[in-house]
Design a protein around this ligand. Structure first.
Ligand SMILES: Cc1cc2nc3c(=O)[nH]c(=O)nc-3n(C[C@H](O)[C@H](O)[C@H](O)COP(=O)(O)OP(=O)(O)OC[C@H]3O[C@@H](n4cnc5c(N)ncnc54)[C@H](O)[C@@H]3O)c2cc1C
Length: 511
């Protein structure tokens, strides 16, 4: 039953949208339970020429999971744990529809499901509670398959990178419905392309610079698995993933440093970035997030309305900017001395010790993570409120990457442009990596078009500075035109050649 196409009736409305607030429609929906059922559904869509949209939990904010007719393949029922292997780096096999939340609880409980072989089950019982999957995108209902497809990054990406970096094996379903098993290290690009698991070859010029986007960007030496990470459901389905797990750190610290003005917060963030690069042991700094004044005000204003936000200490009404850090390591004394060095930098940047929140246990740290998640979530709630009068409004945001040393200047230019254009905007994110989120809240049609003009202007600036157009949340349907406008013609041609080779019928409908 689960592999059958179901007519997409009005009861399916929630499958027609995602967190971008973009709306779509579809004729059918299918809920496969495993890779074989998913492959059969995709083969049928290809045979019948049905446009296909792959969906995880629809938490994406670029509209990539929003269907434009045809068939939706939802991984909702592909949520099983498949096996565990120990070794130097333990690995857990999961289906692509598994959520981060379920993965976290599963490791916490340490109880293997029925059906695993005796050896995997015993090893899992012994080790699970000491392990974690390091990447920590803040939306826990997101699926591992969706996060691989977006190559999602959490606040700790400064140390742990993106989801794809921690995937060592993949069961991949092609747009023709072939099932490929891909192990890291088995298939790699050279200058002219990459061998494929079906014995074929993807031929393309793999020597072009990214030209503003890592989307389907081959380069010599690149693992096929890393090429598929971030392919946004445009060249196939991540049906099963083998996740590399790491030991939980013995010691953690989390601090939020508040400043009265944004300039000091930016200076402090920059001094921490340099400190991390120069200090032995500086890599213990796994998270470095920046919040501007409007972002802090948004959280402070909503704090009394939300049980979750009430867990946080109160944000001072004078807070004009903040920097959130996390440190992790094996030795608590070393961590504490690194923390003292940071405190010196904080005081030198004009901060006061009483304007900090500090946590020294994983449970306390989780509370502070609420802050990072609350900002994008509250912005989405604001969008929903504005949409009552302005239904065409959807997520209006940039997650461009600029060289890290330019992040402060970029933030200031964005803020100036917002003020000149008379627009409401929020700036927060991974400043040490040059990945800032700029979210705009236009209140009428005229403001929507001014906002889009700014997104275009910043895109041009980011690409000119050698940056990227979508550094975290993907291109999806929302930024497709932006990509086409700003990518070099050679790169656009390269992407189209690759799409033509991997999805000749164009059922996944990209670009
Ligand atoms: C409040 C909030 C906070 C967020 N925080 C973060 C964050 O910290 N970091 C971050 O990176 N993102 C963040 N996101 C964005 C979102 O959670 C991620 O992009 C996530 O990876 C999407 O996963 P999903 O399962 O919801 O995928 P969906 O939204 O369902 O799909 C996203 C894309 O992946 C494709 N896709 C889905 N599943 C598969 C699959 N199995 N195989 C191939 N393609 C697939 C879809 O076609 C689509 O193009 C946040 C979103 C919200 C609403």
């Amino acid at each position: 039953m689960m592999g059958q196409f179901i007519a997409a009736v009005p009861g399916c409305l929630s499958y027609f949208r995602d967190e971008s607030r973009l709306g779509g429609q579809a004729d059918y929906i299918v809920f496969p339970e495993d890779a074989a059922q998913a492959a059969a559904a995709i083969r049928r869509a290809a045979n019948e020429g049905l446009p296909l949209t792959l969906q995880g939990a629809r938490t994406g904010i670029a509209g990539g999971a929003v269907p434009q007719g045809g068939l939706i393949l939802s991984t909702e029922k592909m949520d099983r744990f498949l096996g565990f292997s120990a070794g130097e780096v333990p690995a857990l096999r999961v289906q692509g529809g598994m959520s981060f939340e379920a993965l976290g609880s599963f490791l916490n409980r340490g109880l293997p499901p029925e059906g695993w072989d005796a050896e995997s089950a015993a090893l899992f019982r012994e080790q699970a509670r000491k392990l974690r999957f390091p990447p920590n995108p803040t939306e826990l209902s997101a699926t591992l398959g969706g996060a691989f497809a977006c190559n999602a990054r959490g606040p700790n990406s400064l140390r742990w990178g993106a989801v794809g970096d921690h995937v060592r094996g993949l069961t991949w379903i092609t747009p023709q419905g072939e099932i490929w098993r891909i192990q890291r290290g088995r298939y790699c690009f050279d200058e002219t392309g990459c061998p494929l698991p079906n014995g074929g070859r993807l031929s393309c010029d793999a020597a072009l610079p990214p030209g503003g986007s890592r989307f389907l960007h081959p380069r010599p030496g690149l693992d096929l698995l890393d090429f598929l990470a971030g392919s946004e459901g445009c060249v196939g389905l991540a049906a099963e993933l083998s996740l590399s797990l790491q030991a939980l750190p013995a010691s953690v610290w989390g601090v939020v440093y508040f400043f009265e003005d944004e300039r000091s917060a930016l200076d402090f963030a920059e001094s921490l970035r340099k400190w991390r690069a120069q200090t032995p042991g500086g890599k213990a700094l796994s998270t470095l997030e920046y919040y501007d004044q409007p972002s802090l005000e948004l959280v402070r204003n909503q704090a009394s309305q939300s049980a979750l936000l009430r867990q946080l200490p109160l944000i001072d009404p004078h807070a004009g900017g903040a920097v959130q850090v996390e440190l992790e390591g094996e030795d608590s004394d070393t961590l504490e001395s690194l923390l003292m060095e940071q405190l010196e930098l904080f005081l030198a940047a004009g901060g006061r010790e009483e304007d900090t929140w500090a946590a020294a246990s994983p449970a306390e740290l989780e509370k502070f993570r609420i802050l990072r998640h609350a900002v994008p979530e509250l912005i989405n709630i604001e969008i929903d409120r504005l949409r009552r009068e302005l239904p065409e409004l959807c997520k209006t945001a940039a997650d461009y990457l600029v060289p890290p040393e330019l992040a402060g200047t970029y933030r200031e230019a964005c803020r100036r442009d917002l003020e000149e254009a008379g627009l409401r905007g929020f700036i927060f994110g991974h400043i040490a990596e040059g990945r800032l989120h700029v979210n705009l809240l236009p209140g009428n049609r005229e403001e929507i078009s001014r906002s889009r003009a700014l997104l275009d202007r910043w895109a041009a600036q980011a690409v000119q500075a050698g940056g990227l157009l979508a550094a975290e949340n993907g291109i999806g349907r929302l930024k497709r035109d932006l990509l086409i406008r700003h990518l070099s013609p050679e790169r656009l041609e390269q992407i189209r050649t690759i799409l033509q080779a991997l999805d000749p019928q164009g059922i996944l409908g990209a670009l």
